[in-house]
Design a protein. Sequence first.
Length: 265
Amino acid sequence: MTVMNANTVMLSMGSVRHQRLRPAANTFSYGVFTLMLPLRTLGDGGLSTKLCSRNRFNLLSFYDRDHGDGKSPLLQWLDTLLRGEGITDADGEVWLQTFPRVLGYVFNPVSFWFCHRPDGALRAIVCEVNNTFGERHCYLLDTGGPMQWGQSHTASKVFHVSPFCAVDGSYRFRFMRTLHNQEGANTERIVARIEYHDAQGPLLLTSVSGKLLALNDVRAAQAFLRYPLMSFGVIARIHWQALRLFIKRVPFFSKPHPPQKALSR
């Protein structure tokens, strides 16, 4: 049995990597941790740890309103979205990978909803993107049937994220799971790779990767002590990297109007 089939809340310890190829090169990498939440197993329940809570302040926390439409129950919102796009067989486990709140604060550049069929096959992926203007957009990845880990998926870019990238071109997504056996125990890693292509070809190369561990209080404390200001650091690094691009005179693109739609595929 692989770790993601254990139906328990997981902690992913890993890193974010980002590389801009042109017109000025810019590369950074930093350590992060994310939560992997089996939403159907959890239902309305909590996270069963003292240091990581659901919908209340703690060292680490997960708030339902940080996702979906911010109002509806998460599974109700997701199932309505999927059914509206003709996906009726993604009623197995749903794993949500996201940054937790740290001391009550979070900014999630991107979260991933891995939607499975009852037989365990991956059926669809929802990539939930937030920008610093308080807006949210979802890219739905759907092949019309079971999806394969390692398979490439594309989506047209329609949502403004960075003022240093135009709202055109496309994203290429690739999600991978690798299983290792260490001292008789399975250790699973999950990797999300996102490339942004414009008319001239690849422009941005990004990845989020991490080793999956069952969440408990010891690991929650270790994650916090290793990255105590992670959530604050995410937004600080976004602005620091923007300043670096500005200094390098990378072209600036204003935010388009009117507001963009909430879902694309």
